[in-house]
Design a protein. Structure first.
Length: 234
């Protein structure tokens, strides 16, 4: 009796209206639908300078001009009437080999007599918080890690990353890093290989989305707790 029907078409119409108001010029990217969930993503090229200006500048200062040039803000919409039974929208960075989930997720459960209007109202929160999510990502550049490979391994375990893909990504980072100090941002970006690896293995979309959401929690971790000299097995 507590279940609330949130029609997909109504949710998408509300989202598109808010996008047009807050992020004019947004571009539809990809969509997915199966018996349990519907997802869709958009990029916002018109807001790149506004939302990513400081982050882009810092990347360029650190010699990462290629990354700065290709990344742009985006969002992903997901609705499901199974499992968590909610409609969610999350902040993304798109333009790389795989979208980077940076948090700021808002959600409305299919419960408590919720309606599409409740979802539309919550969207304002997400759009207002987008800059804060980018600032969190940028803050990772200020966190130096003496043992970045060990830190990456511990963080992947903490966030329950799929073991096989995580071990492969950690190995790739270790080879590229060469055993020197790195930033938490370097590690977070190296972790983005995990969803890319999973995608090439035809991992179910629902699992992919869960992995990406879990990975976004890395932006709020206390990285010093994972930067330890002692190695750790996955």
């Amino acid at each position: 009796m507590d279940y609330s029907v949130l029609p997909v078409d109504g949710l998408l119409e509300a989202l598109q209206k808010k996008l047009d108001e807050s992020f004019p010029g947004s571009v539809f990217g990809t969509g997915y639908c199966d018996h349990s969930l519907v997802s869709a993503s958009w990029s916002m090229p018109g807001q790149k300078e506004e939302l990513l200006e400081d982050y882009k500048k810092t990347l360029e200062e650190q010699g990462q001009k290629a990354m700065a040039a290709k990344l742009m803000p985006g969002i992903r919409f997901i609705t499901s009437d199974t499992g968590v039974a909610s409609a969610k929208v999350s902040a993304l960075l798109v333009g790389g080999q795989h979208p980077i989930h940076i948090g700021s997720c808002i959600s409305v459960d299919h419960r408590h007599k919720k309606e599409v209007a409740d979802f539309a109202d919550k969207l304002d929160q997400l759009f207002a918080q987008f800059g804060d999510s980018v600032a969190k990502l940028q803050k990772l550049m200020e966190i130096s890690l003496d043992y970045p490979v060990n830190a990456m391994t511990r963080v992947c375990k903490k966030l329950s990353m799929p073991k096989k893909a995580a071990v492969e990504a950690i190995s790739m980072f270790e080879m590229a890093n060469g055993g020197i100090a790195a930033t938490a941002h370097d590690v977070f970006m190296a972790m983005q290989e995990i969803p890319y690896i999973l995608k090439t293995q035809n991992t179910p979309q629902a699992k992919m989305l869960t992995v990406e959401e879990n990975m976004a929690r890395a932006l709020s971790l206390r990285w010093s707790e994972y930067d330890l000299a002692k190695g750790v097995d996955y």
